[in-house]
Design a binder for this molecule. Structure first.
Ligand code: NOJ
Ligand code: CA
Length: 567
């Protein structure tokens, strides 16, 4: 049975492919070792050739960079190490000439402790700016509550020389903004409208389901040996958050043809629908995160709570997530971000970490219902970074997770192993543009080292190779955007098929007129499937051949196929 899909006019972002840039590691043009906006301008032709419609920039506003830009000290200016406001306006213009929209990262659950609001608040926690944050006095000489910060330790930091503490769900350099205060909300809307008026295409909304805190900020029962409880219990997707999000939309991007994608944790399956209804959701889309924590046990995602998983589990998670939100909802689909390890190392077992595994993964997520995102370097198959010691890491969460593993009784070697698997620096080191000493990223000393594999794994090598992963991504994108297929990707229902074959991720995208099938053999073994009589058109294959024996097809290890038709 075909379900009725919601009929709304198809929006530009339902047909789009979006590329995520981590500006600090994309391209440096002034030899200070830090990527910059002029570097992005330089590489716009590369992005246009790739075929992307929009670029999401991780935060580029002024920041002391304690959490690499997710701690903003001035929302109206560009971080000087990235460039100037004029560079940003030029980037928006130049991108527009190439039909590329610029999406900014909006970080408004918290700001930086160096922001003028917070500096003023510190001087007078009971005054006007104190009300922009959460200042509380300790209780009987103890902390105001027992919440544990997402990055470890208490969420409370003492204000020197006073009885006050302030709340920070993330690092102590990221004080939480008090959304209960209408003046603060108006300030935020001003910021959003400022950038929309500059011509940006939308926003990725950081940590957006943390805006509402449980009234009274109560303690909860501890969930680990440290006596604390994850801050999620009192601050993630709490009742009342919908009103904040509705107001924000109505007063800002709801008035534009903008794309918004929420980093929405704590609202899975049908609970996600108010956020992303195609008719009237708070956002255009949210990231499908159903599969990004398969490697940890328990709700806290401690890196030391490591577990193994297989393709059948991933398949279940993906299918469930896709089914739960259609037909009203729309996902942003990705397999790599600046918060996760490299996809090849995370999603594939050792024996699949090659061209076939990587191209299969690409096909697998690319045609799911939603907008596909590609994270910089994913298109050439960049890998995790072999840092030798914890000191070599920059990422604050890697350092915190390392310390937490030691506290839990793991050895230094084990703790480092968990960091190797999970560190955010695995995706944050510079892009390998070419085989030269600094990989074409910089002429100076890169802020994080160049990967030793850059001599063979880089953009320049793959650009000239029709069988490279980069060329495969270009084909995926071209098919996604071909006019005669557009409707099936934008409006087609998602239907899982061939579930009887283990380790095979197979689905259709269906409209009344069209039916496309995606088959991904997610294992290092062949998989034989029985075909129907009528053979559909093969549109894309990550192998040169497809082995057939009568109506039996033998899919090779990690073979991925896209058909125009039913299988
Ligand atoms: C999510 C961002 O993606 C991550 O990089 C950041 O550390 C936290 N939010 C806090 O802003
Ligand atoms: Ca630079």
């Amino acid at each position: 049975m075909t379900i009725k899909m919601v009929q709304t006019t198809v929006k530009w972002w339902q047909k789009a492919v979006i590329y995520q840039i981590y500006p600090k590691s994309f391209k440096d043009t002034n030899a200070d070792g830090i990527g910059d906006l002029r570097g992005i301008i330089e590489k716009l032709d590369y992005l246009q050739k790739l075929g992307v419609d929009a670029v999401w920039l991780c935060p580029i506003n002024s920041s002391p960079m304690c959490d690499n830009g997710y701690d903003i000290s001035d929302y109206y200016t560009i971080e000087p190490s990235f460039g100037t406001n004029e560079d940003m306006y030029e980037l928006i213009e130049e991108a527009k000439k190439r039909n590329i929209k610029i999406i900014m990262d909006l970080v408004v659950n918290h700001c930086s402790d160096q922001h003028a609001w917070f500096q003023k608040a510190l001087k007078d926690p009971e005054g006007k700016y104190g009300q922009y944050f959460y200042f509380r006095k300790g209780i009987d000489g103890k902390l105001p509550n027992n919440w544990r910060s997402i990055f470890g330790g208490s969420v409370w930091e003492k204000v020197e020389g006073t009885d006050y503490y302030y709340l920070h769900i993330f690092t102590k350099q990221q004080p939480d903004l008090n959304w209960e205060n209408p003046s603060l909300r108006e300030e935020v809307y001003k910021i959003i409208n400022f950038w929309l008026e500059k011509g940006i295409g939308g926003f990725r909304l950081d940590a957006i389901t943390y805006l509402k805190k449980e009234p009274g900020l109560p303690s909860f029962e501890a969930d680990a040996k440290d006596g604390m409880v994850s801050a999620m219990y009192g601050s993630l997707n709490r009742p009342g958050i919908h009103a904040f999000l509705q107001e924000m939309k109505d007063k800002t991007y709801g008035r534009y043809d903008a794309f918004t994608v929420g980093e929405v944790a704590g609202a899975e399956g049908e609970e996600a629908l108010p956020f992303i209804s195609l008719e009237n959701g708070f956002f255009s889309s949210i990231f499908d995160i159903s599969h990004v924590q398969l490697d940890t046990v328990g709700p806290n995602y401690f890196w030391c709570s490591h577990r193994t998983w297989d393709a059948n589990e991933l398949r279940e998670a993906l299918y469930e997530a896709q089914m739960a939100i259609q037909p009203q909802g729309w996902y942003a689909n990705s397999i790599e971000t600046h918060d996760a390890p490299r996809s090849i190392d995370y999603y594939l077992p050792q024996e699949g970490r090659n061209y076939y595994g990587a191209s299969m993964l690409a096909m697998l997520y690319f045609y799911l219902r939603g907008t596909p995102f590609i994270y910089q370097g994913q298109e050439i198959g960049m890998r995790n970074f072999p840092f030798a010691s914890i000191e070599e890491y920059d990422d604050c969460s890697s350092k915190n997770q390392y310390a937490f593993s030691l506290e839990q009784g793991y050895s230094e070697e084990e703790a480092l192993h968990f960091v190797h698997l999970r560190s955010r620096d695995n995706t944050r080191y510079p892009i390998s543009w070419d085989a030269s000493e600094k990989a074409g990223f910089t002429d100076g000393k890169p802020w994080l080292p160049i990967h030793p594999n850059h001599t063979s794994l880089n953009v320049a090598v793959q650009e000239n190779d029709p069988y490279s992963l980069l060329s495969f991504y270009k084909k995926l994108i071209a098919i996604k955007k071909e006019a005669r297929y557009e409707t099936v990707w934008a409006e087609g229902e998602f239907v899982p098929v061939l579930k009887e074959y283990p380790m095979l991720v197979a689905y259709e995208r269906r409209t009344k007129e069209q039916r496309f099938t995606i088959l991904c053999n997610y294992q290092n073994e062949p998989c034989t499937i029985l075909m129907k009589d009528k053979e559909p058109d093969l549109l894309l294959n990550n192998y040169n051949t497809l082995q057939k024996d009568g109506n039996k097809w033998q899919l090779q290890p990690y073979q991925a196929l896209l058909f125009d038709g039913e299988v």
